[in-house]
Design a protein around this ligand. Structure first.
Ligand code: FAD
Ligand code: PHB
Length: 400
């Protein structure tokens, strides 16, 4: 049976970043990924995140995977809240002295795959992990390869970075799951259209929430609050553009252009604890899910990896297991902060079915646009509490 030091399941942002950092530190790792490389890099089903915290951008640079991101990404120093036909700017630079970085997750995944393979790293695409044995000592990953053949990989450590539908949650005994669902979903589109605004617009409207975001100066990413049971067939292109412009309330005008992708994203919050068992650890969406309103998911994945990478380095350099033992305890600080913020943003911006809750929501929103104190809470959380600054998780620079 083949042996490795660290077996990583999933080539999303979490698994790839960890694999690349460990490789630079001389730790021998293998990534097993169920999908093909082409699917990860080009499938419209993998478009996902677009906003990086400033500190996430810095981590990508320190890890040596951020060169393209730096040239093609866009720096934003604030966001807009649209309410009753008026735009209110939340000025991150003034409020907290930092901005955010707009760069598509799928592009970053492509960049990380390139860098990792060029550095001699190993990613086994189309290798689906189907089981896990011996969690306490020398865990074994059982996988199915592209031709259906089964294989086993004996690891010193296993890291589950297998995303929001993680199988690890079934395989690890004694996990506690905290979760919440919301009575709405997002209809998302990627479209070729000229820029309608220089920064993201989060719009609250009585017909439902709308978000104007972007991937590049000519590619817009927009979302509409819809029902979780929504049938996308009932949303032809004209209806989508009309509804987006209605909900933006005249503060920005979107010009209809070719829609390259249309999807429905359900909203949920979920945390599993502990994020470890024996020699098995969870990172990213496998351990926690946030609704996308706060743009936190990928940033959280990077934070987890920073904590676990430091702990694995301490183990491989000094055989010190202290940081590994406290991994969940350390990570749960940044996780619950992001859960809190994502929940807050979600409840603040979506129309709610309960009339009393809806009035409370509108009162909260008025408070936000009028009060610099509430704006500071939003700004501090949006640019990221734990990837940089005073409370940042420690991220050792990779050697060399
Ligand atoms: P994933 O990216 O899901 O990667 C997991 C990988 O594991 C996948 O490649 C999968 O194929 C593989 N896998 C699964 N099971 C197996 C198996 N059994 N064997 C082998 N491989 C397996 N986050 C932000 O920070 N900012 C945003 O602006 C933002 N916007 C979002 C918008 C939308 C519409 C959505 C859906 C999400 C958004 N997110 C955002 C969240 C972000 O996309 C996720 O948090 C991020 O993808 C988590 O990365 P991950 O590596 O943990 O998991
Ligand atoms: C995106 O660009 O896809 C995006 C931006 C902000 C969010 C969620 C998604 O809150």
């Amino acid at each position: 049976m083949r042996r490795v030091q660290v077996g990583i399941v999933g080539a999303g942002p979490a698994g790839l970043l960890l694999a690349h950092l460990l490789r630079q530190a001389g730790v021998d790792g293998v990534v097993l990924e169920a999908k093909s490389r082409q699917y990860l890099e080009t499938s419209p089903h993998r478009i996902r995140a677009g906003v990086l915290e400033w500190g996430t951008k810095e981590i990508a640079l320190k890890a040596g995977v951020g060169d393209r991101m730096l040239h093609e990404g866009l720096e934003h120093r604030g966001i807009y809240i649209a309410l009753n036909g008026r735009l209110h700017r939340i000025d991150f630079a003034t409020l907290v002295g930092q901005g955010i970085w707009v760069y598509g997750q799928q592009y970053l995944v492509r960049d990380m795959i390139n860098h990792h393979l060029q550095a001699g790293g190993e990613i086994l695409f189309e290798h689906e992990v189907v089981d896990l044995k011996q969690l306490e000592q020398n865990p074994i990953l059982i996988y199915r390869g592209p031709g259906g053949e089964e294989g086993e990989l004996l690891c010193e450590f296993v890291v589950g970075a297998d995303g929001s539908h993680s199988r690890f949650r079934e395989w690890i005994p004694g996990l506690r799951i905290y979760q919440k669902t919301y009575p709405f979903a997002w209809l998302g589109i990627l479209a070729e259209t000229p820029p309608a605004a220089s920064e993201l617009i989060y719009a609250s409207h009585e017909r439902g929430f709308a978000l104007y975001s972007m991937r590049s100066p000519s590619l817009a990413r927009n979302y509409l609050q819809v029902s979780p049971e929504e049938n996308l067939e009932t949303w032809p292109e004209e209806r989508i553009w009309e509804e987006l412009n209605l909900r933006l309330g005249g503060v920005a005008q979107l010009t209809p252009g070719p829609i390259l992708e249309k999807s429905l994203t359900l909203m949920r919050s979920l945390v599993v604890e502990p994020m470890q068992h024996g020699r098995v650890f969870l990172v990213g969406d496998a351990a926690h899910v946030v609704p996308p309103t706060g743009a936190k998911g990928m940033n959280l994945a990077f934070c987890d990896v920073a904590v676990l990478y430091r702990a694995l380095l301490a183990y491989y350099r000094d055989r010190d297991e202290t940081l590994l033992a406290s991994y969940t305890e350390t990570a749960r600080r940044h996780i619950w902060q992001a859960e809190l913020f994502s929940y807050w943003m979600t409840k603040l911006l979506h129309t709610l079915p309960d009339p009393f809750e809806e009035q409370i929501r509108l009162a909260n929103l008025r408070h936000l646009v009028e009060s610099p104190h509430v704006q500071r809470f939003l700004a501090e959380n949006y640019v990221g509490v734990y990837t940089s600054g005073r409370y940042a998780v420690a991220f050792p620079s990779p050697p060399g």
